[in-house]
Design a protein around this ligand. Structure first.
Ligand SMILES: [Zn+2]
Length: 233
């Protein structure tokens, strides 16, 4: 049996479809903004601020307040200027509904929090363009590639999520201190940044011992030597 021929669209119908497509394209950015007033971060593989994994956008966990988006884009542009080729990778921000908390986090959800990956390099000092996968457990990209303390005495937690095991000593990567510092400096230059959670050993190692905006999240929170948790005003 012959397949029925596809209906041919007349010029009027084509014009109507074209107008509809144009309308949809024009309205797409507005539709992407949530009724809560939160706005999405860039999802593409271009520009200085990108997701650490497409899953954060697919699951609509990439919403922030307009002020936080502005600050994040400005900070990422500054890092890219100072460290050419550096791309700031984000993980969990907020869902579009704007309600806190957003599980499994104790906060997040109202657009004023975001997790940013620290920067990494290989053992020869070559920059990695995104965080390596967690070596011990199945976690979403950007979480779990911990940079361990350099001395045992620097460990402050004897239990809880913040004492999750270190990655294997034979791993092929380490934190890129210079680019991570550039990111922290760029964030601290933003008035809307209220505080940043970082493990105490990295706070000292990276030179922020006297900066009260860099805080320890506590032993009941996740480790913060794989990512920075940023709180906005
Ligand atoms: Zn967080």
């Amino acid at each position: 049996m012959q397949k029925p021929a596809a209906p041919r669209h007349g010029p009027a119908r084509r014009a109507a479809l074209g107008a509809l497509a144009a309308l949809w394209l024009a309205s797409a950015p507005a539709l992407a903004d949530a009724p809560s007033g939160l706005v999405p971060l860039p999802c593409g593989e271009a520009g200085p601020l990108r997701p650490a994994d497409p899953v954060y956008c697919r699951k609509a966990r990439h919403y922030v307040t307009p002020a936080a988006r502005e600050a994040l884009l400005r900070a990422a542009e500054r890092v890219a200027r100072e460290r050419p080729g550096a791309v700031v990778r984000y993980m969990e921000a907020s869902w579009p509904r704007g309600v806190r908390p957003m599980p499994p986090h104790r906060s997040h959800g109202d657009g004023r929090q975001i997790d940013l990956a620290t920067f990494y390099e290989d053992r020869a000092g070559r920059a990695l363009d995104r965080p390596p996968p967690a070596p011990n457990v199945r976690l979403l990209r950007g979480y779990g590639a911990y940079e361990p303390p350099q001395r045992e005495t620097e460990r402050v937690c004897a239990g809880g999520p913040a004492s999750a095991p270190d990655p294997p000593a034979a791993r092929g990567w380490r934190m890129d201190a210079a680019r991570t510092q550039a990111l922290i400096d760029a964030l601290l230059a933003e008035r809307s940044v209220r505080r940043i959670f970082l493990e105490p050993h990295l706070k000292r190692r990276l030179g922020y011992a006297s900066d009260s905006r860099i805080r320890f999240a506590g032993c009941a929170a996740a480790r913060h030597d794989d990512h920075l948790h940023v709180d906005f005003r």
